[in-house]
Write a protein that binds this ligand. Structure first.
Ligand SMILES: [Mg+2]
Length: 268
């Protein structure tokens, strides 16, 4: 655990941490003003690969958060970087949205139009899923294609405490048919954090992750060896933390309390 005042780069979950659906959580503005004033960096980290970084940027700017594309990192981007670096030029069949398609194109991923040429299947949170895509993915994996996926989440929370199936659930369909398991890249795997730390030239002891989920946000912190902060403004409550084997380094009621804590520390 590191003193929060020594943290130079804050990685932030979005839903349940900064906003809930389309409304900003109280204190978020103070927190970002504090970071900017004190020359601390922040990056929004999301497992949701159904949208591109450009679309997230529009949403955040609409909510009044001063940020640019450098402040956003999605599991789709992690996939793009991984494919570009580790699987250069290998033909890929995508089970994902048009937004993810465009995102991967930005990393020069070889997305094939004839699926039979693909050697890798990439699955994302595909809100434009069809049975045909599933069938093609299964055929390719049965014939030896590598099975990759952006994020492990089974469910995505929506309004009125309801859920819709996320990438993990789509992978389950393919997994049951092919008896092959995918390799996931998003939270809680440490890959995303390693990529960010490298790109920002920031050591792990100067990075903290803030989020509302124990098994993604906090576990990412534990896996990557960085400071983890759990906020109680989303999914998790104190009881859940007591029961969980994933213990955050810090617990705050919300982002406002983190801001107050940081400004208080500074005065002493
Ligand atoms: Mg969240």
């Amino acid at each position: 655990m590191n003193n929060l005042n020594n943290i130079e780069l804050f990685l932030l979950d979005m839903d349940g941490t900064i906003y809930i659906e389309n409304s900003l959580i109280d204190g978020a503005n103070d927190f970002f003003n504090y970071l900017n004033k004190n020359k601390k960096k922040f990056i929004f980290l999301t497992n949701n690969s159904s949208n591109s970084a450009k679309n997230y940027l529009l949403k955040l700017q609409k909510l009044g958060i001063p940020c640019n594309l450098d402040n956003i990192f999605t599991s789709g981007m992690a996939m793009g970087i991984f494919l570009q670096k580790e699987r250069t030029g290998i033909p890929v069949f995508l089970v994902g949205t048009q937004a993810l398609y465009e995102e991967l194109k930005d990393y020069n991923v070889n997305l094939v139009s004839n699926y039979k040429e693909a050697k890798i299947v990439v699955v994302g949170f595909d809100k434009e899923l069809t049975y045909q895509k599933i069938e093609k993915a299964c055929e390719l994996i049965d014939h030896g294609a590598e099975f990759l996926a952006t994020n492990v989440d089974m469910l995505c929370p929506i309004e009125n405490k309801r859920f819709i199936p996320d990438c993990g659930s789509i992978c389950k369909i393919i997994e049951i048919a092919t008896r092959k398991k995918p390799k996931f890249l998003g939270k809680p795997e440490r890959q995303m954090i390693d990529l960010i730390a490298h790109k920002n030239n920031c050591p792990p002891n100067k990075i903290a992750i803030i989020g509302d989920r124990l098994y993604t946000d906090v576990l990412t912190g534990i896996n990557a060896g960085i400071t983890s902060i759990c906020v109680l403004s989303g999914e998790t409550n104190i009881k859940m933390i007591k029961k969980s084997k994933y213990k955050p380094d810090y617990i705050f009621k919300n982002i406002k309390e983190i801001f107050e804590f940081l400004s208080q520390c500074q005065k002493h």
